[in-house]
Design a protein around this ligand. Sequence first.
Ligand SMILES: Cc1cc2nc3c(=O)[nH]c(=O)nc-3n(C[C@H](O)[C@H](O)[C@H](O)COP(=O)(O)OP(=O)(O)OC[C@H]3O[C@@H](n4cnc5c(N)ncnc54)[C@H](O)[C@@H]3O)c2cc1C
Length: 311
Amino acid sequence: MKERVHKDIVIIGAGMAGLTAAMYAGRMNLDTLVLENGIIGGQIANATGIENYPGFISVSGGDLIATLQQQAENFGAVIDEFDSIVKVTLKSSPKIVETEEKIYEADVVIIASGMNRRKLPLPEEKKYAGRGVHYCELCDGHAYDGKIIAVMGGGNAAVDAANFLTKYAKKLYLIHRSQFRADEVSQKRLLANEKVTVMLQTEIKALHGANRLEEVEIFDKTTGETKTLAVDGIFVNIGVEPNTTLFKDELTLSASGRINAGEDCRVGIDGVFAAGDVREKEIRQLTTAASDGTTAALLAEKYIAKLRENI
Ligand SMILES: Cc1cc2nc3c(=O)[nH]c(=O)nc-3n(C[C@H](O)[C@H](O)[C@H](O)COP(=O)(O)OP(=O)(O)OC[C@H]3O[C@@H](n4cnc5c(N)ncnc54)[C@H](O)[C@@H]3O)c2cc1C
Protein backbone atom coordinates (compact mmCIF):
# COMPACT_ATOMS: atom_id res chain seq x y z
CA MET A 1 0.00 0.00 0.00
CA LYS A 2 1.20 3.48 -0.85
CA GLU A 3 1.95 5.88 1.99
CA ARG A 4 -0.57 8.80 2.26
CA VAL A 5 1.04 12.17 2.92
CA HIS A 6 -0.69 15.53 3.47
CA LYS A 7 0.74 18.68 1.82
CA ASP A 8 -0.57 22.22 1.89
CA ILE A 9 0.40 22.68 -1.75
CA VAL A 10 1.50 20.30 -4.47
CA ILE A 11 3.00 22.05 -7.48
CA ILE A 12 3.24 20.06 -10.71
CA GLY A 13 6.30 21.13 -12.70
CA ALA A 14 9.57 22.80 -11.68
CA GLY A 15 9.92 25.37 -14.46
CA MET A 16 9.94 29.13 -13.89
CA ALA A 17 6.24 29.17 -12.94
CA GLY A 18 6.39 26.20 -10.56
CA LEU A 19 9.61 27.25 -8.84
CA THR A 20 8.37 30.82 -8.37
CA ALA A 21 5.17 29.49 -6.83
CA ALA A 22 7.27 27.20 -4.60
CA MET A 23 9.44 30.10 -3.44
CA TYR A 24 6.41 32.18 -2.49
CA ALA A 25 4.57 29.26 -0.88
CA GLY A 26 7.63 28.20 1.11
CA ARG A 27 8.14 31.76 2.31
CA MET A 28 4.55 31.78 3.62
CA ASN A 29 5.39 28.69 5.68
CA LEU A 30 3.18 26.42 3.60
CA ASP A 31 4.21 22.79 3.40
CA THR A 32 5.11 22.73 -0.29
CA LEU A 33 6.06 19.89 -2.62
CA VAL A 34 7.10 20.34 -6.25
CA LEU A 35 6.93 17.25 -8.47
CA GLU A 36 9.05 17.32 -11.63
CA ASN A 37 9.18 14.54 -14.21
CA GLY A 38 11.85 16.01 -16.49
CA ILE A 39 14.60 18.55 -15.97
CA ILE A 40 14.35 21.15 -13.20
CA GLY A 41 13.98 24.46 -15.02
CA GLY A 42 11.85 23.14 -17.88
CA GLN A 43 12.15 24.93 -21.20
CA ILE A 44 14.69 27.43 -20.01
CA ALA A 45 17.04 24.95 -18.28
CA ASN A 46 19.55 24.81 -21.12
CA ALA A 47 19.07 28.22 -22.71
CA THR A 48 22.12 30.44 -22.97
CA GLY A 49 22.25 34.23 -22.76
CA ILE A 50 18.79 35.26 -21.55
CA GLU A 51 18.76 39.04 -22.02
CA ASN A 52 15.19 39.96 -21.16
CA TYR A 53 14.81 38.79 -17.58
CA PRO A 54 14.63 41.91 -15.40
CA GLY A 55 17.67 42.50 -13.23
CA PHE A 56 20.11 40.58 -15.43
CA ILE A 57 22.09 41.96 -18.39
CA SER A 58 22.60 38.37 -19.52
CA VAL A 59 22.13 35.13 -17.63
CA SER A 60 22.12 31.46 -18.59
CA GLY A 61 19.00 29.42 -17.98
CA GLY A 62 21.06 27.08 -15.81
CA ASP A 63 22.25 29.88 -13.50
CA LEU A 64 18.85 31.55 -13.29
CA ILE A 65 17.12 28.30 -12.42
CA ALA A 66 19.80 27.13 -9.96
CA THR A 67 19.37 30.39 -8.02
CA LEU A 68 15.59 30.17 -8.07
CA GLN A 69 15.71 26.52 -6.97
CA GLN A 70 17.98 27.52 -4.09
CA GLN A 71 15.59 30.32 -3.11
CA ALA A 72 12.63 27.93 -3.08
CA GLU A 73 14.51 25.29 -1.09
CA ASN A 74 15.85 27.87 1.39
CA PHE A 75 12.23 28.66 2.24
CA GLY A 76 11.48 24.98 2.84
CA ALA A 77 9.92 23.86 -0.45
CA VAL A 78 10.80 20.29 -1.38
CA ILE A 79 11.47 19.41 -5.03
CA ASP A 80 11.12 15.76 -6.03
CA GLU A 81 12.35 14.90 -9.51
CA PHE A 82 12.32 11.13 -9.13
CA ASP A 83 8.72 10.22 -8.36
CA SER A 84 6.29 10.42 -11.31
CA ILE A 85 2.61 11.30 -11.10
CA VAL A 86 0.24 8.57 -12.24
CA LYS A 87 -3.12 10.22 -11.50
CA VAL A 88 -4.63 13.44 -10.20
CA THR A 89 -8.08 14.02 -8.72
CA LEU A 90 -8.76 17.72 -8.51
CA LYS A 91 -12.46 18.01 -7.71
CA SER A 92 -12.22 16.28 -4.31
CA SER A 93 -11.19 17.93 -1.06
CA PRO A 94 -8.37 17.37 -0.34
CA LYS A 95 -7.12 16.95 -3.89
CA ILE A 96 -5.28 13.71 -4.62
CA VAL A 97 -1.98 13.51 -6.47
CA GLU A 98 -0.96 9.89 -6.78
CA THR A 99 2.63 9.15 -7.72
CA GLU A 100 4.38 5.86 -8.34
CA GLU A 101 5.42 5.81 -4.68
CA LYS A 102 2.94 7.87 -2.66
CA ILE A 103 -0.53 9.33 -2.44
CA TYR A 104 -0.41 13.06 -1.71
CA GLU A 105 -3.47 14.72 -0.22
CA ALA A 106 -3.18 18.41 -0.99
CA ASP A 107 -5.27 21.44 -0.05
CA VAL A 108 -4.09 23.16 -3.22
CA VAL A 109 -2.70 21.95 -6.53
CA ILE A 110 -0.84 24.38 -8.77
CA ILE A 111 -0.42 23.03 -12.29
CA ALA A 112 2.75 24.47 -13.82
CA SER A 113 3.53 21.71 -16.29
CA GLY A 114 4.37 24.01 -19.22
CA MET A 115 4.67 22.84 -22.77
CA ASN A 116 7.10 21.44 -25.30
CA ARG A 117 7.74 23.10 -28.63
CA ARG A 118 7.69 20.74 -31.60
CA LYS A 119 11.27 20.30 -32.68
CA LEU A 120 12.53 20.64 -36.23
CA PRO A 121 12.25 17.03 -37.44
CA LEU A 122 15.79 16.68 -38.81
CA PRO A 123 18.77 14.83 -37.32
CA GLU A 124 20.91 18.01 -37.55
CA GLU A 125 18.53 19.84 -35.19
CA LYS A 126 20.67 18.99 -32.13
CA LYS A 127 23.88 20.25 -33.76
CA TYR A 128 22.42 23.67 -34.57
CA ALA A 129 19.97 24.21 -31.66
CA GLY A 130 20.89 27.62 -30.23
CA ARG A 131 23.42 28.04 -33.05
CA GLY A 132 21.05 29.16 -35.74
CA VAL A 133 18.01 27.02 -34.91
CA HIS A 134 15.59 28.75 -32.53
CA TYR A 135 12.06 28.33 -31.25
CA CYS A 136 11.25 31.64 -29.59
CA GLU A 137 11.32 34.86 -31.60
CA LEU A 138 10.73 37.07 -28.58
CA CYS A 139 13.69 35.45 -26.85
CA ASP A 140 16.28 35.14 -29.62
CA GLY A 141 15.13 37.42 -32.46
CA HIS A 142 17.25 40.33 -31.26
CA ALA A 143 20.45 38.38 -32.03
CA TYR A 144 19.52 38.48 -35.74
CA ASP A 145 19.47 42.23 -36.26
CA GLY A 146 20.49 42.93 -39.88
CA LYS A 147 20.69 39.18 -40.69
CA ILE A 148 18.91 36.73 -42.96
CA ILE A 149 16.17 34.86 -41.12
CA ALA A 150 13.96 31.95 -42.12
CA VAL A 151 10.73 31.07 -40.32
CA MET A 152 9.38 27.54 -40.63
CA GLY A 153 5.61 27.08 -40.35
CA GLY A 154 2.39 28.43 -41.81
CA GLY A 155 -0.05 28.83 -38.93
CA ASN A 156 -0.87 31.96 -36.96
CA ALA A 157 2.07 31.54 -34.59
CA ALA A 158 4.56 31.21 -37.46
CA VAL A 159 3.19 34.18 -39.39
CA ASP A 160 3.06 36.32 -36.22
CA ALA A 161 6.66 35.30 -35.50
CA ALA A 162 7.66 36.22 -39.05
CA ASN A 163 5.93 39.60 -38.81
CA PHE A 164 7.71 40.26 -35.53
CA LEU A 165 11.11 39.21 -36.91
CA THR A 166 10.87 41.60 -39.86
CA LYS A 167 11.89 44.32 -37.39
CA TYR A 168 15.36 42.69 -37.27
CA ALA A 169 15.75 40.83 -40.57
CA LYS A 170 17.41 42.31 -43.60
CA LYS A 171 15.75 39.45 -45.51
CA LEU A 172 13.15 36.99 -44.23
CA TYR A 173 11.93 33.74 -45.79
CA LEU A 174 8.76 32.09 -44.58
CA ILE A 175 8.97 28.42 -45.53
CA HIS A 176 6.00 26.09 -45.20
CA ARG A 177 5.34 22.62 -46.56
CA SER A 178 1.69 23.29 -47.51
CA GLN A 179 -0.70 26.29 -47.63
CA PHE A 180 -1.04 29.12 -45.12
CA ARG A 181 -3.26 28.40 -42.14
CA ALA A 182 -2.78 31.83 -40.58
CA ASP A 183 -5.53 34.44 -40.53
CA GLU A 184 -5.76 36.73 -43.51
CA VAL A 185 -4.85 39.97 -41.75
CA SER A 186 -1.50 38.56 -40.58
CA GLN A 187 -0.82 37.00 -43.97
CA LYS A 188 -1.49 40.29 -45.76
CA ARG A 189 0.79 42.18 -43.40
CA LEU A 190 3.59 39.71 -44.07
CA LEU A 191 3.12 39.63 -47.81
CA ALA A 192 3.14 43.44 -47.96
CA ASN A 193 6.62 43.59 -46.45
CA GLU A 194 9.25 43.90 -49.18
CA LYS A 195 11.90 42.09 -47.10
CA VAL A 196 9.77 38.95 -47.09
CA THR A 197 9.70 36.01 -49.50
CA VAL A 198 7.03 33.40 -48.82
CA MET A 199 7.78 29.85 -49.99
CA LEU A 200 4.72 27.62 -49.73
CA GLN A 201 4.63 23.94 -50.74
CA THR A 202 8.31 23.91 -49.75
CA GLU A 203 10.00 21.45 -47.42
CA ILE A 204 13.19 21.95 -45.46
CA LYS A 205 15.28 18.88 -46.18
CA ALA A 206 18.63 19.58 -44.49
CA LEU A 207 20.68 22.14 -42.58
CA HIS A 208 24.31 22.97 -43.35
CA GLY A 209 27.08 24.96 -41.67
CA ALA A 210 30.45 24.39 -40.02
CA ASN A 211 29.89 25.50 -36.42
CA ARG A 212 26.57 27.20 -36.80
CA LEU A 213 23.77 27.27 -39.32
CA GLU A 214 24.76 28.78 -42.67
CA GLU A 215 22.36 27.25 -45.21
CA VAL A 216 19.06 25.42 -45.45
CA GLU A 217 18.36 22.94 -48.21
CA ILE A 218 14.81 23.21 -49.50
CA PHE A 219 12.62 21.19 -51.83
CA ASP A 220 9.94 22.93 -53.88
CA LYS A 221 7.09 20.42 -54.16
CA THR A 222 5.49 22.29 -57.05
CA THR A 223 8.54 22.41 -59.35
CA GLY A 224 10.42 19.40 -57.94
CA GLU A 225 13.49 21.62 -57.58
CA THR A 226 16.00 21.37 -54.70
CA LYS A 227 18.12 24.40 -53.77
CA THR A 228 20.02 25.93 -50.88
CA LEU A 229 19.32 29.28 -49.21
CA ALA A 230 21.93 31.18 -47.20
CA VAL A 231 20.38 31.99 -43.81
CA ASP A 232 21.82 33.10 -40.48
CA GLY A 233 19.01 31.70 -38.37
CA ILE A 234 15.80 29.73 -38.61
CA PHE A 235 12.89 30.09 -36.21
CA VAL A 236 10.86 26.90 -36.07
CA ASN A 237 7.20 27.42 -35.39
CA ILE A 238 5.45 24.16 -36.17
CA GLY A 239 3.34 23.82 -33.07
CA VAL A 240 3.52 23.19 -29.36
CA GLU A 241 2.43 20.37 -27.10
CA PRO A 242 1.06 21.61 -23.77
CA ASN A 243 1.69 19.09 -20.97
CA THR A 244 -1.95 18.57 -20.04
CA THR A 245 -2.66 14.87 -20.67
CA LEU A 246 -2.93 14.24 -16.91
CA PHE A 247 -5.69 16.81 -16.52
CA LYS A 248 -7.79 16.34 -19.64
CA ASP A 249 -10.58 14.46 -17.84
CA GLU A 250 -10.89 16.99 -15.02
CA LEU A 251 -10.40 20.37 -16.66
CA THR A 252 -11.63 22.17 -19.74
CA LEU A 253 -8.79 22.61 -22.16
CA SER A 254 -8.59 25.27 -24.86
CA ALA A 255 -8.48 24.44 -28.57
CA SER A 256 -4.68 24.42 -28.34
CA GLY A 257 -4.75 21.94 -25.44
CA ARG A 258 -3.85 24.46 -22.72
CA ILE A 259 -5.72 24.98 -19.47
CA ASN A 260 -8.40 27.66 -19.49
CA ALA A 261 -7.71 29.99 -16.59
CA GLY A 262 -7.75 33.76 -16.26
CA GLU A 263 -5.04 36.12 -15.04
CA ASP A 264 -5.86 34.99 -11.49
CA CYS A 265 -4.77 31.48 -12.57
CA ARG A 266 -8.00 29.97 -11.23
CA VAL A 267 -9.21 27.03 -13.30
CA GLY A 268 -12.79 26.94 -11.96
CA ILE A 269 -12.22 24.32 -9.25
CA ASP A 270 -11.61 25.68 -5.74
CA GLY A 271 -7.97 25.29 -4.74
CA VAL A 272 -6.68 24.49 -8.23
CA PHE A 273 -4.56 26.94 -10.21
CA ALA A 274 -2.76 26.85 -13.56
CA ALA A 275 0.42 28.89 -13.91
CA GLY A 276 2.86 29.61 -16.72
CA ASP A 277 2.91 28.37 -20.31
CA VAL A 278 0.34 25.65 -19.58
CA ARG A 279 -2.30 28.35 -19.07
CA GLU A 280 -4.13 29.68 -22.13
CA LYS A 281 -2.79 33.19 -22.57
CA GLU A 282 -1.27 35.39 -25.21
CA ILE A 283 2.24 36.06 -23.92
CA ARG A 284 4.45 33.18 -22.83
CA GLN A 285 7.72 34.40 -21.38
CA LEU A 286 9.79 33.89 -18.24
CA THR A 287 8.39 37.05 -16.69
CA THR A 288 4.78 36.00 -17.31
CA ALA A 289 5.52 32.51 -15.96
CA ALA A 290 7.03 34.08 -12.81
CA SER A 291 4.03 36.39 -12.57
CA ASP A 292 1.60 33.45 -12.76
CA GLY A 293 3.60 31.51 -10.17
CA THR A 294 3.39 34.50 -7.82
CA THR A 295 -0.35 34.98 -8.33
CA ALA A 296 -1.14 31.28 -7.92
CA ALA A 297 0.87 30.94 -4.69
CA LEU A 298 -0.53 34.09 -3.08
CA LEU A 299 -4.13 33.17 -3.92
CA ALA A 300 -3.46 29.61 -2.78
CA GLU A 301 -2.39 30.94 0.62
CA LYS A 302 -5.63 32.94 0.91
CA TYR A 303 -7.63 29.83 -0.01
CA ILE A 304 -5.83 27.68 2.56
CA ALA A 305 -6.27 30.35 5.26
CA LYS A 306 -10.04 30.30 4.61
CA LEU A 307 -10.14 26.50 4.67
CA ARG A 308 -8.48 26.56 8.11
CA GLU A 309 -10.87 29.23 9.43
CA ASN A 310 -13.77 26.95 8.54
CA ILE A 311 -12.43 23.88 10.32
C1 LIG B 1 14.98 27.58 -26.21
C2 LIG B 1 14.09 28.54 -25.46
C3 LIG B 1 14.59 29.79 -25.11
C4 LIG B 1 13.78 30.68 -24.44
N1 LIG B 1 14.31 31.88 -24.11
C5 LIG B 1 13.57 32.77 -23.42
C6 LIG B 1 14.11 34.04 -23.07
O1 LIG B 1 15.24 34.38 -23.40
N2 LIG B 1 13.30 34.88 -22.36
C7 LIG B 1 12.01 34.56 -21.99
O2 LIG B 1 11.36 35.35 -21.33
N3 LIG B 1 11.48 33.35 -22.33
C8 LIG B 1 12.22 32.47 -23.03
N4 LIG B 1 11.67 31.27 -23.41
C9 LIG B 1 10.28 30.97 -23.01
C10 LIG B 1 10.29 30.52 -21.54
O3 LIG B 1 11.27 29.53 -21.40
C11 LIG B 1 8.95 29.99 -21.09
O4 LIG B 1 7.93 30.94 -21.30
C12 LIG B 1 8.98 29.62 -19.59
O5 LIG B 1 10.13 28.88 -19.29
C13 LIG B 1 7.74 28.85 -19.20
O6 LIG B 1 7.89 28.36 -17.90
P1 LIG B 1 6.84 27.34 -17.28
O7 LIG B 1 7.30 27.08 -15.89
O8 LIG B 1 5.47 27.84 -17.47
O9 LIG B 1 6.92 26.03 -18.16
P2 LIG B 1 8.11 25.03 -18.51
O10 LIG B 1 9.41 25.73 -18.61
O11 LIG B 1 7.62 24.29 -19.70
O12 LIG B 1 8.20 24.07 -17.25
C14 LIG B 1 7.25 23.08 -17.01
C15 LIG B 1 7.88 21.98 -16.20
O13 LIG B 1 6.88 21.03 -15.85
C16 LIG B 1 7.40 19.72 -16.00
N5 LIG B 1 6.30 18.79 -16.19
C17 LIG B 1 5.50 18.64 -17.29
N6 LIG B 1 4.58 17.65 -17.06
C18 LIG B 1 4.82 17.18 -15.81
C19 LIG B 1 4.23 16.15 -15.01
N7 LIG B 1 3.21 15.40 -15.47
N8 LIG B 1 4.73 15.91 -13.78
C20 LIG B 1 5.77 16.66 -13.32
N9 LIG B 1 6.38 17.63 -14.01
C21 LIG B 1 5.90 17.90 -15.25
C22 LIG B 1 8.31 19.84 -17.22
O14 LIG B 1 9.27 18.79 -17.25
C23 LIG B 1 8.95 21.21 -16.98
O15 LIG B 1 10.12 21.13 -16.21
C24 LIG B 1 12.44 30.34 -24.10
C25 LIG B 1 11.94 29.09 -24.46
C26 LIG B 1 12.75 28.19 -25.13
C27 LIG B 1 12.20 26.84 -25.51
